[in-house]
Design a protein. Structure first.
Lengths: 111, 110
């Protein structure tokens, strides 16, 4: 039981490049989330998916897109990376009225 | 006003002391409350949750909830250097995602 997995662990992009962050969970959770974490800012919600086939914007969605490919997988895409998107990205999943489980994170640097 | 507020710290306590971490929230409809611990460079991990007013104890950790005052706290007894981390308070307001505070950094001095 791997829990929540994320790939890649580290990534360096140039401004304007695109990439997709992958997330998968094997806990049969319906809800999945993407957060970014910046120093002093805490965890800020980018997008979430309450169930397969649905996605909704969170607090900071600009510059990102998501896909809920199936119940297990929820990907985050940066179409044209900007230095302001340098951050640590966490994927999480949960059951209703329960705690969230986090993946190990992706450290992204945009130069 | 932020939805979930925490003092950023650092909170410094000597080894063996009680560390007291505090969190206030703005949404009176909040239903459940979580404390996560995050070591530097790692992902958050759940250490406690509480739903009802009062105290909930788990080993060296006690969570306290006062819904009337919109206040939740975490006490760590017999603090150890391994408890040094950032502690995140999270609140379930009934929306689909937890709302997190920005965290309190705890330093336990040997």
């Amino acid at each position: 039981n791997a829990g929540v997995t994320q790939t890649p662990k580290f990534q360096v992009l140039k401004t304007g490049q695109s990439m997709t962050l992958q997330c998968a969970q094997d806990m049969n959770h319906n809800s999945m989330y993407w957060y970014r974490q910046d120093p002093g800012m805490g965890l800020r919600l980018i997008y979430y998916s309450a169930s397969e086939g649905t996605t909704d914007k969170g607090e900071v969605p600009n510059g990102y897109n998501v896909s809920r490919l199936n119940k297990r997988e929820f990907s985050l895409r940066l179409e044209s990376a900007a230095p302001s998107q340098t951050s640590v990205y966490f994927c999480a999943s949960k059951l209703p009225r329960s705690e969230q489980y986090f993946g190990p994170g992706t450290r992204l640097t945009v130069t | 006003q932020k939805e979930v507020e925490q003092n950023s710290g650092p909170l410094s306590v000597p080894e063996g002391a009680i560390a007291s971490l505090n969190c206030t929230y703005s949404d009176r409809g909040s239903q459940s409350f979580f404390w996560y611990r995050q070591y530097s460079g790692k992902s958050p991990e759940l250490i406690m949750f509480i739903y009802s007013n009062g105290d909930k104890e788990d080993g060296r950790f006690t969570a306290q909830l006062n819904k009337a005052s919109q206040y939740v706290s975490l006490l760590i007894r017999d603090s150890q250097p391994s408890d040094s981390a950032t502690y995140l308070c999270a609140v379930n307001t009934g929306r689909r995602a937890l709302t997190f505070g920005s965290g309190t950094r705890l330093q336990v001095q040997p």
